[in-house]
Ligand binder design. Sequence first.
Ligand SMILES: [Zn+2]
Length: 279
Amino acid sequence: MFRILFLLFIVASCIPKGEEKVTSSGSANPNAPSRWPLGTFPKTMKFSNQFTVAELAELQDAAVSWTTHAGAGTNFIASATAPANLVNDRSNVGNLDSLLDGVFAVYKATSWHNDLPNSALAVTQIFGVRRNSGDSDEYVEIVEGDILVNYDDFPFLPEENGGYDLFTVMLHENGHFLGLNHTYNFNSVMYPSIGYSTFYIKPGSFDISTIQSKYNISGGGGAGPAAARRIASVETAATRDDVLKSGKGVRITMELHAHGECVHKIDGTRVGSHPVKLK
Ligand SMILES: [Zn+2]
């Protein structure tokens, strides 16, 4: 029997707590794309030291897969091999805002965070700064991304006999890390539902063309000269301080869920939902 999973997409400003809070001004456009500033790849990804050797191999493969398939000259996610790429697990940190720490990591959450729903298989959390607010070309410039995998509530291959394929889940989450949103295009790993029987082996052709366009990669087409000029004009990379102090900071949480519908929230308020279908 297929298990149908669903995705909850949340654009939220963070709960104010202490000094280092992510502030948010105005209303976010829930459909605004997100991306890293051009010319700042590769992003170095670290992994929780809680992962097993077999799991680390899957994480490593999923990290480099986007580069491998996006073509020569791209280098999206870099990762050393263990133990250089291992970090202490921070998935159960008190305040999720604290993950804005300059370390881009995949955490093995054996104790799922209280502020995240137990029905979430995995979460990609992105911190960024809004650009061109209110304009048709509004987007979120990514400053940091982290991925939490819910080992508290779900089994994952390769270590479990049955469960969700870790490589497949990570290929999808890395797509979010790079700024991809969901799509119903069948040539994509960003389809908003996966099940026990879903196995992706590489990014889809739709994903590759989307990411090539997003980052103005030669041969990808899409962006065009006008868009390129517009992007270039705001290309100075934002910092952690910009997220915390600019008034344009935003935290986007993408949660891969195991229940009934895709819910969209802005600043904690539900603005819409729709059913999602099994691929
Ligand atoms: Zn997703």
